[in-house]
Design a protein around this ligand. Structure first.
Ligand SMILES: Nc1nc2c(ncn2[C@@H]2O[C@H](COP(=O)(O)OP(=O)(O)OP(=O)(O)O)[C@@H](O)[C@H]2O)c(=O)[nH]1
Ligand SMILES: [Mg+2]
Length: 288
């Protein structure tokens, strides 16, 4: 399966972000805790060159808690400010404010030396599609200012949200990059829902997920669907899921596409449990 998704609106979005970057003190990059490396857009290094940076390990509620801790340590080791969050849950954002100030220490000090008082910190919230940027901004601001949705490509243009006198946040559309050199990256981003589902072969994607789960989380499918997976091919297991969940076509044949969609939805919603698709020491972990 060859996955590429780089629609025109992303080129446009990137241009607008480049323009607005001139106003920015700090780049807040959201990554998905289930794929903390594959969900980093390499273009953000260029876009944010010379700016203070920090990473939010979002959707940490959906990822393996042990791996979350290891990934947070991995970013810290690289000298990157990082906070593990669930953007829907304000309680997990407590630390963010202090880390923002820590990441902007130099700017705050520079302003102070120049006698500039109370100039707000301007941040740009960036990341791949559907990673939770707008949700984070709403929770952080304590009001629904930005539109959110459970599919990639909800935010269409840059939007400033003034949090208070000291902090302003710019919401941006999720952006990808023109080509995934490593197809594993495309596959992982498809699994977490950052690629437009309409261009994906869901049956194949579901089989890749089944292969990964069998290898790394062997109890998950037996527990969720009450079926034995040992020694069985992924396509056969998907058929079993269709049977167990009564995914049937009109004539009574199995509806494999419905079973695939159901399994992917379960994974994305965390119904299969907390699952991380890549680990720090095996950065090129294969799914499937
Ligand atoms: N479980 C969980 N769901 C989250 C979290 N953050 C966001 N979501 C959900 O993820 C979906 C996408 O959230 P958005 O905030 O619209 O994502 P975005 O990054 O702004 O997406 P685009 O604007 O399309 O680039 C929504 O259904 C959110 O409810 C989180 O930390 N945990
Ligand atoms: Mg958005």
């Amino acid at each position: 399966m060859n996955i590429q998704w780089y629609p025109g609106h992303m080129t446009k979005a990137k241009r607008a972000m480049k323009e607005d970057m001139k106003l920015i003190d700090l780049v807040i990059e959201l990554v998905d805790a289930r794929v903390p490396l594959s969900s980093r857009n390499p273009d953000i290094d260029d876009l944010g060159a010379g700016k203070a940076r920090m990473v939010l390990l979002n959707k940490s509620d959906l990822a393996d808690e042990r791996q979350n801790a290891r990934w947070a340590a991995w970013f810290e080791d690289k000298g990157i400010h990082v906070v593990k969050i669930d953007a829907r849950n304000k309680g997990t954002l407590k630390q963010v404010q202090s880390v923002i100030r820590e990441a902007c220490k130099e700017k705050i000090e520079r302003d102070r030396r120049r006698g500039i008082l109370n100039r707000p910190i301007r941040t740009m919230v960036v990341g791949i599609p559907n990673v939770g940027k707008s949700t984070f901004i709403n929770s952080f601001a304590g009001k629904a200012c930005a539109r959110t949705g459970n599919k990639p490509g909800v935010t269409k243009g840059n939007q400033w949200i003034r949090l208070n006198k000291t902090l302003e946040l710019l919401d941006t559309p999720g952006i990808l990059w023109p080509r995934f050199e490593d197809q594993q990256v495309g596959l992982k981003l498809a699994l977490i829902g950052s690629i437009n589902d309409q261009i994906l072969n869901k049956d194949e994607l579901a089989c890749e997920l089944i292969r990964f789960l069998k290898k790394r989380y062997p109890k998950v499918l037996p527990e969720r669907f009450g079926l034995e997976t040992e020694g069985k091919e992924a396509a056969f297991i998907l058929e079993e899921i269709a049977r167990v969940r009564a995914c049937l076509l009109k004539g009574g044949d199995l509806d494999m596409s419905r079973a695939a969609a159901l399994l992917l939805d379960d994974f994305r919603a965390g119904k299969l449990g907390r699952i991380t698709l890549e680990e720090p020491e095996n950065q090129k972990d294969k799914v499937g």
